[in-house]
Design a protein around this ligand. Sequence first.
Ligand code: PMP
Length: 393
Amino acid sequence: MRHRRSLLAARAARLHLSGIRKMMIAAARYSDVIRLEVGEPDFATPGYIIDAVSADLRTGLYTHYSPVAGYAELRNALAARLSREHGLTVDPASELMVSVGGAGSLYAAIMATVDPGDEVLIPDPGYPQYTQMTLLAEGAPVYYPLREENNFQPDLADLRSRIGRRAKAILLNSPQNPTGAVLDRQTLDGIAALAQEHDLLVISDEVYSTLVYTAEPHISIASLPDMFERTVTINSFSKAYAMTGWRLGYAAAPAAIMTEMVKMQSFFNSCASSVSQRAALAALTRSDESQAMTAEYHRRRDWFVAALNGLPGVRCPTPAGAFYVFPNISGTNLSAQEFSERLLERAHVTSVPGTAFGPSGEGHVRMSFATAMDNLQEAVRRMQTVVPGLAAG
Ligand code: PMP
């Protein structure tokens, strides 16, 4: 059937398939592919969580809608956690919501605060959803670069130079996807000062907060003096508890912002899944296997970084957090896109070109070490064979 006009919205054409999804599609061509492109724990959700949810389901009480912001019991447990681990004092009734993944909180935060034309400062390289969600809100993404020579910490003078008249919000991500950088105290103090000087909102994506491998702890910017009032803190059960498929995240923000975020959520999701909320409550209150998982990621990180640094033309900094390496591959004389494509074709190993995370990602690829050690070892064996000749032909 022919249409006299497009049935699609212009907005759909403005969004682009993420480079991560493109790599997933390309990888489906091979049966023996080693998947290092996805940001997903290989662990199954811990058994104690599954057991608790199974029992809850049988009561018949948790197969209905929950309040829009989430069950009060879970919000109370989350407020206790934010106080204990992030130094935040949050009123669970008015300053906290449970969402469909961290992504749901991110979208609610952006939709509730960004007007058309408002500028949002976004890390480059950074998680692609920040740009696309800003575009959905008709805001204007403004990239601030993270450079390897600065350990992927934002340069404060550079950041200041990008704060224009329409600047509304700054997006932070620590520990960071894709670089693994953890924002240090000095940088956070500097960003807090800039946000106060220019009256900016801070949206702080902390979904990897439990995955830190150094002695320096993760710091929530909202815990710094006078920062809670201008910060949306976002976290998730996806990475810390191997619960990506349960789609459960949460956000904390001052009541005036949270009220609007909850309103947004009521219109696009109604509420997060009730069953998943029970799983999250069990994850928080029954036991804690997230530390054991973090220890295992730590072991994989150390092995993988050392192995990658042994490859010709590859220089791999050690990430302080998250579960990604972001090696510099410019010594192979290939672009990030060429490197990733050839590695897939010749070694059947997937990675994501750094440029999928923004223009400053050129010269790098992202690989995840949230996969079994055997897979990492096999990936390295294949890379040792093909990387020396990758630039040829
Ligand atoms: N933020 C970052 C930086 C991420 O890498 C991800 C997932 N890859 C998310 C947010 C969203 O995670 P989820 O919605 O599963 O909680």
